[in-house]
Design a binder for this molecule. Structure first.
Ligand SMILES: NC(=O)c1ccc[n+]([C@@H]2O[C@H](COP(=O)([O-])OP(=O)(O)OC[C@H]3O[C@@H](n4cnc5c(N)ncnc54)[C@H](O)[C@@H]3O)[C@@H](O)[C@H]2O)c1
Length: 393
């Protein structure tokens, strides 16, 4: 059949989203100085945070500007004493990453007479930064967005790269958009108040980035496992700051080349195919995301070795490093024990991988490695995957 085709082209719809300024701050976080300074001519801001972050001591002066403070209720909206800015406080954590939370940000902005020039500023972990950026992207067809990541994971991963969204029922991140922030304010010292489990979760993404893109960072992490319990120690401060900067710039360079995940951005899924499947099969909340990713990196190392991509020494090096950070590397994760025979468990996890949204065909694709900074994306036979999941035990 013949056909004629006409192409119509547009300038970028959101001129402000074609570049991101990333600011690194030193010292104690001071959100008031960071965000509320400046001239009276500032555009209106819709600040969004959660109940936990709004109660951090470093937020006191900031929240006081809005006539609120510790113990503010979830889903409360506060108007700044001077000017037109508002502060929306949502519930904390993944259960609140809902379309209702996103709509409550939109509703608060509408009530405050927000415009397309309004800047939505998310202050929090990945849940808050993902939802704030999503709300900005749909508000009046696209307002502006700035992010202040306060967890290690959101600094090194979630806030960088323009993926926004929320969960839908039990489906994670199923609603969303690509909408890069105009500015990201990174203050490493926010991580000092994080619960250890959240810090550890972020560290898994740091290790992933080092394996993918930075041999020097991997070497340093390998020789400094004390960083796991060393957040408060001044000896680790330079390494923590360096690891955050390295991860941010490596992720930034990936998304600069592939914002919408058509190619090299997929590399960032190292450990995630196995990890997500484990999280799903173990039952909601049983395995922390970072722990799943770390275990997934160990499984990816074993699969790489099995397929002849890397040496046994390399796979052992990766697993030894992960174990030194107390992550599980065995074929069958303890969270799956009691869920059937080794073969049953392996098949359950493999089944979950096949359902993952990132697998377009029935074959499962894996991010595997020949060595540090030498990564390939490839499919693998079911038998090989089952073997590294312990089916042959
Ligand atoms: N957009 C992306 O590219 C991307 C990438 C990775 C992850 N994510 C998303 O990020 C989310 C996970 O992010 P997260 O791990 O930051 O979880 P989170 O946002 O739920 O934060 C974890 C907990 O730590 C609290 N918290 C935040 N900062 C704190 C601080 N400085 N001190 C003490 N407590 C603090 C939060 O209130 C929350 O209870 C997931 O929803 C995931 O889908 C997005």
């Amino acid at each position: 059949m013949n056909y004629e085709e006409k192409i119509i082209e547009y300038p970028p719809v959101h001129p402000g989203t074609d570049r991101t300024f990333i600011r690194f701050y030193e010292g104690e976080p001071n959100p008031k100085a960071m965000l509320l300074g400046g001239c009276d001519e500032m555009p209106q801001r819709v600040f969004v945070t959660d109940t936990t972050v709004s109660s951090l001591p470093c937020m006191d002066e900031f929240t006081a500007e809005f006539g609120t403070g510790k113990g503010a209720a979830a889903n409360s909206v506060h108007k700044r004493r001077s000017g037109k800015d508002i502060l929306v406080i949502l519930g904390a954590g993944e259960p609140f990453k809902t379309i209702e939370s996103v709509l409550s940000i939109v509703a608060a902005a509408l009530d405050a007479n927000g415009q397309r020039s309004t800047v939505f500023v998310g202050i929090g972990g990945g849940v808050i930064t993902d939802m704030t950026a999503f709300a900005a992207s749909i508000f009046k067809r696209g307002a502006r967005c700035e992010l202040v990541p306060t967890t290690l994971l959101s600094m090194v991963d979630a806030a960088v790269g323009g993926k926004t969204g929320c969960d839908f029922g039990s489906y994670k991140n199923m609603i969303g958009s690509f909408f890069p922030a105009q500015k990201i304010h990174i203050c490493p010292e926010f991580i000092k108040t994080l619960p250890q489990s959240e810090y550890r979760s972020g560290l898994a993404e740091v290790v992933k980035t080092a394996l993918l893109f930075s041999a020097p960072l991997f070497d340093k992490l390998e020789s400094n496992p004390g960083i796991l319990d060393g957040r408060g120690k001044s000896e680790f401060a330079p390494l923590i700051s360096e690891m955050i900067r390295t991860c941010v710039s490596e992720k930034a360079s990936v998304v600069e080349q592939d914002l919408t995940e058509k190619g090299m951005r997929m590399l960032l899924n190292l450990g995630h195919t196995f990890g997500h499947a484990l999280e799903t099969c173990a039952g909601l909340g049983k395995v922390a995301h970072g722990d799943g990713v770390a275990w997934g990196m160990a499984r990816a190392a074993d699969l790489s070795e099995r397929l002849g991509l890397c040496t046994k020494e390399y796979a052992e090096r990766v697993k030894r490093m992960l174990r030194s950070y107390t992550w599980e590397t065995s074929e069958i994760h303890p969270a799956m024990e009691g869920k059937g025979s080794a073969g049953d468990i392996a098949r359950t996890i493999f089944g979950a991988m096949k359902k993952d949204k990132k697998n377009s065909s029935s074959k499962v694709r894996f991010v595997l490695q020949r060595g540090v900074c030498d990564t390939v994306i490839t499919e693998a036979d079911e038998g090989d995957v089952l073997a590294v999941l312990g089916a042959e035990r």
